[in-house]
Design a protein around this ligand. Structure first.
Ligand code: DGL
Length: 276
């Protein structure tokens, strides 16, 4: 691969910028092209076929128009439902977030019982359950469909979001306990949830380790691209990071809220039309 590779990253919206931020920390010397398919968000309530079509169009845009040599699907729903379809749609390596997330859960869990919160589509695909079972972990999954719109609204530290998180986690922990599980790990199986991490950590039962797949995905990507996981670079080290962001709708909102997910300004976001 080129010494300054072009890495394509995509999500249904701008939640995937949390994954881009982790990639940039680990591989600062790269050119990143990110597309958020904001016109067609949410993916989490759609069918496998529709998600596969939408995600493949984003993947093709990044490879054909932006010259991406490697793709990261920074969307749990697209990774869970459409990884194979996306791999078939483009001639470059493609990494999803489910396997790295399950690997991080395996590293964190002592009891072997893991809780997963995600969109409806991700939960119904049971992709996390399968990836955990392959590592001898038991997973209890719960859909939390209200969280994506709350984050998209920018209600990150809002009392309504706090109440919703507490209700979901209360139901999840009591249902998992009733099913005989003694979970010690909670996987944030949606790219929007890391923004709610502090609310989730406060609401989770004591002793639960919260896993965000962004870091483990960045580590896996660095391994595939450079043959080694790479180091998280200190903020002070020289960086030659180039970022180009694209969205299929609401460019202003992307620029305004995207910086929260990315941890720095997104720069000018360009509007693209991927079709209907
Ligand atoms: N990016 C999606 C995910 O990680 C959440 C938003 C959506 O439903 O499109 O599952």
């Amino acid at each position: 691969m080129h010494p300054t590779p072009t890495i394509g990253v995509f999500d249904s919206g701008f939640g995937g910028l949390t994954v881009l931020a982790a990639l940039m920390r680990r591989m600062p010397n790269a050119r990143y092209a990110f597309i958020g398919d904001t016109a067609r968000l949410p993916y989490g309530s759609k069918s496998r076929r529709t998600v596969a079509r939408y995600a493949s169009e984003s993947a093709q845009f990044l490879v054909r128009e932006q010259g991406a040599e490697f793709l990261v699907i920074a969307c749990n729903t697209a990774s869970a439902l459409a990884l194979d379809a996306i791999q078939d749609a483009v001639p470059v390596p493609v990494l999803g977030v489910i396997e790295p997330g399950a690997a991080a859960a395996q590293a964190a869990s002592q009891t072997g019982d893991v809780l997963v919160i995600a969109t409806d589509a991700t939960v119904h695909s049971h992709a996390y359950k399968a990836a955990c079972a392959a590592r001898n972990l038991r997973a209890y999954e719960k859909a939390c469909p209200l969280l994506v719109p709350l984050v998209e609204e920018g209600w990150i530290n809002h009392h309504v979001t706090d109440a919703v998180v507490r209700i979901y986690l209360g139901e999840l922990t009591s249902d998992a306990a009733a099913a005989g599980m003694s979970a010690d790990t909670l996987v944030l199986g949606c790219t929007h949830y890391p923004l709610l991490r502090s609310l989730i950590e406060r609401a989770a039962p004591r002793g639960i380790t919260v896993i965000d797949s962004a870091e483990s995905t960045a580590e896996a990507a660095a391994h595939l691209i450079n043959g080694q996981p790479g180091q998280v670079s200190p903020e002070s080290s020289p960086q030659h990071t180039e970022i180009h962001c694209f969205a299929t709708d609401s460019v202003d909102k992307f620029e305004r809220l995207g910086s929260r997910f990315l941890g720095r300004p997104t720069g000018n976001v360009q509007l693209v039309d991927l079709g209907g």
